[in-house]
Design a protein around this ligand. Structure first.
Ligand SMILES: [Fe+2]
Ligand SMILES: [Fe+2]
Length: 245
Protein backbone atom coordinates (compact mmCIF):
# COMPACT_ATOMS: atom_id res chain seq x y z
CA UNK A 1 0.00 0.00 0.00
CA UNK A 2 1.32 3.45 -0.84
CA UNK A 3 1.95 5.60 2.23
CA UNK A 4 1.02 9.23 2.79
CA UNK A 5 4.61 10.40 2.54
CA UNK A 6 5.20 8.75 -0.81
CA UNK A 7 2.31 10.52 -2.45
CA UNK A 8 3.15 12.75 -5.42
CA UNK A 9 1.37 15.70 -6.98
CA UNK A 10 -1.30 14.45 -9.39
CA UNK A 11 -1.50 15.38 -13.01
CA UNK A 12 -4.65 17.05 -14.28
CA UNK A 13 -7.65 14.67 -14.33
CA UNK A 14 -8.16 12.83 -17.57
CA UNK A 15 -11.43 11.50 -18.93
CA UNK A 16 -11.57 7.95 -17.59
CA UNK A 17 -14.01 5.51 -19.09
CA UNK A 18 -16.73 3.98 -16.92
CA UNK A 19 -14.69 0.76 -16.70
CA UNK A 20 -11.59 2.67 -15.61
CA UNK A 21 -13.55 4.60 -13.01
CA UNK A 22 -15.02 1.36 -11.71
CA UNK A 23 -11.56 -0.22 -11.51
CA UNK A 24 -10.16 2.82 -9.66
CA UNK A 25 -12.99 2.99 -7.19
CA UNK A 26 -11.70 0.28 -4.88
CA UNK A 27 -11.53 2.09 -1.54
CA UNK A 28 -10.94 -0.20 1.45
CA UNK A 29 -10.89 -3.19 -0.81
CA UNK A 30 -9.63 -6.51 0.47
CA UNK A 31 -5.93 -7.38 0.11
CA UNK A 32 -6.05 -8.60 -3.51
CA UNK A 33 -5.05 -5.28 -5.08
CA UNK A 34 -5.07 -6.57 -8.67
CA UNK A 35 -8.66 -7.64 -8.59
CA UNK A 36 -11.21 -5.60 -10.49
CA UNK A 37 -14.46 -4.76 -8.76
CA UNK A 38 -17.85 -4.23 -10.34
CA UNK A 39 -20.06 -1.33 -9.20
CA UNK A 40 -22.10 -3.86 -7.17
CA UNK A 41 -18.89 -5.11 -5.47
CA UNK A 42 -17.98 -1.53 -4.66
CA UNK A 43 -21.40 -0.81 -3.24
CA UNK A 44 -21.15 -3.88 -1.00
CA UNK A 45 -17.63 -2.90 0.10
CA UNK A 46 -18.94 0.59 0.91
CA UNK A 47 -21.83 -0.84 2.94
CA UNK A 48 -19.43 -3.17 4.77
CA UNK A 49 -17.14 -0.24 5.62
CA UNK A 50 -20.10 1.83 6.83
CA UNK A 51 -21.34 -0.98 9.07
CA UNK A 52 -17.84 -1.57 10.49
CA UNK A 53 -17.51 2.15 11.19
CA UNK A 54 -20.87 2.40 12.93
CA UNK A 55 -20.79 -0.92 14.80
CA UNK A 56 -17.22 -0.70 16.05
CA UNK A 57 -15.18 -3.17 14.01
CA UNK A 58 -13.25 -0.89 11.66
CA UNK A 59 -10.20 -2.04 9.71
CA UNK A 60 -7.26 -0.38 11.50
CA UNK A 61 -3.52 0.11 10.89
CA UNK A 62 -0.59 -1.60 12.60
CA UNK A 63 -0.23 1.23 15.14
CA UNK A 64 -0.85 0.68 18.85
CA UNK A 65 -3.25 2.67 20.99
CA UNK A 66 -1.33 5.67 22.47
CA UNK A 67 -3.28 5.28 25.75
CA UNK A 68 -1.70 1.85 26.34
CA UNK A 69 1.55 3.32 27.61
CA UNK A 70 -0.14 5.72 30.02
CA UNK A 71 -0.89 4.99 33.65
CA UNK A 72 -4.56 5.39 34.44
CA UNK A 73 -5.28 8.05 37.06
CA UNK A 74 -8.48 8.06 39.10
CA UNK A 75 -10.87 10.81 38.04
CA UNK A 76 -13.66 12.44 40.04
CA UNK A 77 -17.22 11.84 38.83
CA UNK A 78 -17.39 15.29 37.22
CA UNK A 79 -14.02 14.78 35.50
CA UNK A 80 -15.01 11.34 34.25
CA UNK A 81 -18.25 12.71 32.81
CA UNK A 82 -16.54 15.62 31.11
CA UNK A 83 -13.75 13.49 29.64
CA UNK A 84 -16.32 10.92 28.46
CA UNK A 85 -18.36 13.58 26.69
CA UNK A 86 -15.30 15.03 25.02
CA UNK A 87 -14.23 11.58 23.82
CA UNK A 88 -17.76 10.96 22.52
CA UNK A 89 -17.51 14.16 20.46
CA UNK A 90 -14.12 13.08 19.12
CA UNK A 91 -15.49 9.66 18.25
CA UNK A 92 -18.41 11.29 16.38
CA UNK A 93 -15.88 13.46 14.53
CA UNK A 94 -13.99 10.35 13.45
CA UNK A 95 -17.21 8.71 12.24
CA UNK A 96 -17.77 11.85 10.16
CA UNK A 97 -14.16 11.76 8.90
CA UNK A 98 -14.60 8.16 7.83
CA UNK A 99 -17.82 9.08 5.97
CA UNK A 100 -15.98 11.93 4.28
CA UNK A 101 -13.14 9.71 3.06
CA UNK A 102 -15.50 6.94 1.93
CA UNK A 103 -17.64 9.42 0.02
CA UNK A 104 -14.60 10.90 -1.68
CA UNK A 105 -13.30 7.45 -2.58
CA UNK A 106 -16.43 6.85 -4.64
CA UNK A 107 -15.97 9.93 -6.79
CA UNK A 108 -12.24 10.88 -6.73
CA UNK A 109 -10.74 10.71 -10.20
CA UNK A 110 -7.09 9.75 -9.84
CA UNK A 111 -5.69 6.47 -8.51
CA UNK A 112 -3.04 8.26 -6.41
CA UNK A 113 -5.82 10.20 -4.69
CA UNK A 114 -7.61 6.97 -3.87
CA UNK A 115 -4.49 5.45 -2.36
CA UNK A 116 -3.86 8.62 -0.43
CA UNK A 117 -7.38 8.61 0.93
CA UNK A 118 -7.17 4.90 1.72
CA UNK A 119 -4.23 5.30 4.12
CA UNK A 120 -5.72 8.44 5.70
CA UNK A 121 -9.07 6.66 6.12
CA UNK A 122 -7.33 3.75 7.87
CA UNK A 123 -5.66 6.21 10.23
CA UNK A 124 -9.06 7.78 10.91
CA UNK A 125 -10.19 4.28 11.84
CA UNK A 126 -7.37 4.11 14.40
CA UNK A 127 -8.74 7.33 15.88
CA UNK A 128 -12.24 5.91 15.81
CA UNK A 129 -11.11 2.78 17.64
CA UNK A 130 -9.04 4.65 20.25
CA UNK A 131 -11.84 7.16 20.99
CA UNK A 132 -14.49 4.47 21.31
CA UNK A 133 -12.35 2.41 23.69
CA UNK A 134 -11.56 5.45 25.81
CA UNK A 135 -15.20 6.63 25.89
CA UNK A 136 -16.22 3.17 27.12
CA UNK A 137 -13.45 3.12 29.74
CA UNK A 138 -14.85 6.42 30.96
CA UNK A 139 -18.23 4.76 31.31
CA UNK A 140 -20.08 6.49 28.52
CA UNK A 141 -21.64 5.65 25.17
CA UNK A 142 -20.83 6.79 21.65
CA UNK A 143 -23.18 9.22 19.90
CA UNK A 144 -26.60 7.82 19.02
CA UNK A 145 -26.53 10.07 15.96
CA UNK A 146 -23.42 8.46 14.44
CA UNK A 147 -25.37 7.13 11.42
CA UNK A 148 -26.50 10.70 10.71
CA UNK A 149 -22.93 12.08 10.93
CA UNK A 150 -21.67 9.26 8.70
CA UNK A 151 -24.35 9.63 6.01
CA UNK A 152 -24.10 13.43 5.95
CA UNK A 153 -20.32 13.39 5.68
CA UNK A 154 -20.29 10.67 3.02
CA UNK A 155 -22.63 12.81 0.91
CA UNK A 156 -20.46 15.90 1.36
CA UNK A 157 -17.33 13.85 0.59
CA UNK A 158 -18.85 12.45 -2.60
CA UNK A 159 -19.82 15.96 -3.73
CA UNK A 160 -16.31 17.25 -2.96
CA UNK A 161 -14.88 14.37 -5.02
CA UNK A 162 -17.18 15.25 -7.92
CA UNK A 163 -16.04 18.86 -7.82
CA UNK A 164 -12.55 17.66 -8.81
CA UNK A 165 -9.47 16.37 -7.05
CA UNK A 166 -7.92 19.76 -6.28
CA UNK A 167 -11.12 20.86 -4.52
CA UNK A 168 -11.54 17.49 -2.89
CA UNK A 169 -8.00 17.61 -1.47
CA UNK A 170 -8.54 21.25 -0.48
CA UNK A 171 -11.63 20.14 1.39
CA UNK A 172 -9.64 17.43 3.20
CA UNK A 173 -6.92 19.94 4.11
CA UNK A 174 -9.42 22.46 5.49
CA UNK A 175 -11.31 19.75 7.41
CA UNK A 176 -8.09 18.50 8.98
CA UNK A 177 -6.97 22.03 9.90
CA UNK A 178 -10.29 22.67 11.62
CA UNK A 179 -9.99 19.32 13.45
CA UNK A 180 -6.50 20.27 14.70
CA UNK A 181 -7.92 23.51 16.16
CA UNK A 182 -10.78 21.58 17.72
CA UNK A 183 -8.37 19.03 19.26
CA UNK A 184 -6.27 21.84 20.71
CA UNK A 185 -9.41 23.18 22.37
CA UNK A 186 -10.28 19.75 23.78
CA UNK A 187 -6.73 19.25 25.07
CA UNK A 188 -7.27 22.47 27.03
CA UNK A 189 -10.63 21.27 28.37
CA UNK A 190 -9.65 17.72 29.40
CA UNK A 191 -9.07 17.08 33.10
CA UNK A 192 -5.38 17.85 33.69
CA UNK A 193 -4.42 14.33 34.78
CA UNK A 194 -6.46 12.31 32.26
CA UNK A 195 -3.26 11.00 30.66
CA UNK A 196 -4.93 8.33 28.57
CA UNK A 197 -7.39 10.63 26.76
CA UNK A 198 -4.65 13.24 26.40
CA UNK A 199 -2.23 10.76 24.75
CA UNK A 200 -4.92 9.76 22.23
CA UNK A 201 -5.79 13.36 21.33
CA UNK A 202 -2.11 14.35 21.04
CA UNK A 203 -1.47 11.54 18.53
CA UNK A 204 -4.65 12.41 16.62
CA UNK A 205 -3.57 16.04 16.43
CA UNK A 206 -0.24 14.99 14.89
CA UNK A 207 -1.99 12.71 12.38
CA UNK A 208 -4.59 15.30 11.34
CA UNK A 209 -1.91 17.95 10.86
CA UNK A 210 0.00 15.54 8.62
CA UNK A 211 -3.15 14.66 6.64
CA UNK A 212 -3.71 18.39 5.99
CA UNK A 213 -0.11 18.99 4.86
CA UNK A 214 -0.06 16.02 2.52
CA UNK A 215 -3.44 16.95 1.00
CA UNK A 216 -2.11 20.44 0.22
CA UNK A 217 1.17 19.10 -1.16
CA UNK A 218 -0.80 16.69 -3.32
CA UNK A 219 -2.48 19.60 -5.07
CA UNK A 220 -5.28 20.65 -2.72
CA UNK A 221 -6.44 24.21 -3.24
CA UNK A 222 -7.50 26.85 -0.72
CA UNK A 223 -11.28 26.86 -0.30
CA UNK A 224 -13.34 30.06 -0.58
CA UNK A 225 -13.91 31.78 2.78
CA UNK A 226 -17.73 31.23 2.86
CA UNK A 227 -17.20 27.46 2.38
CA UNK A 228 -14.72 27.38 5.28
CA UNK A 229 -17.22 29.26 7.45
CA UNK A 230 -20.01 26.86 6.53
CA UNK A 231 -17.77 23.89 7.38
CA UNK A 232 -16.98 25.44 10.77
CA UNK A 233 -20.67 25.99 11.45
CA UNK A 234 -21.56 22.39 10.50
CA UNK A 235 -18.88 20.96 12.78
CA UNK A 236 -20.09 23.21 15.64
CA UNK A 237 -23.60 21.75 15.30
CA UNK A 238 -22.15 18.23 15.40
CA UNK A 239 -19.84 18.78 18.35
CA UNK A 240 -22.51 20.53 20.44
CA UNK A 241 -25.07 17.82 19.73
CA UNK A 242 -22.66 14.92 20.38
CA UNK A 243 -21.77 16.41 23.79
CA UNK A 244 -25.27 15.41 24.93
CA UNK A 245 -26.50 12.67 22.57
FE1 LIG B 1 -9.06 11.57 12.76
FE1 LIG C 1 -7.33 13.08 9.45
Amino acid sequence: MQTLTSFTRPEQPTGHTCAERARLSNMNKPDDTNRQYSPVDQLLIGIDTGIRTLLGQPKITERSNPAQNQTGVELSEAERQLAGRLMRINHAGEVAAQGLYQGQALTARLPQIRQQMERAALEENDHLDWCEKRAKELGTHVSALNPVWYAGSATIGALAGLAGDKWSLGFVAETEKQVVKHLEKHLGQLPEHDNKSRAILEQMKKDEGRHATVALEAGGTELPRPVKKLMGLTSKIMTRTAFWV
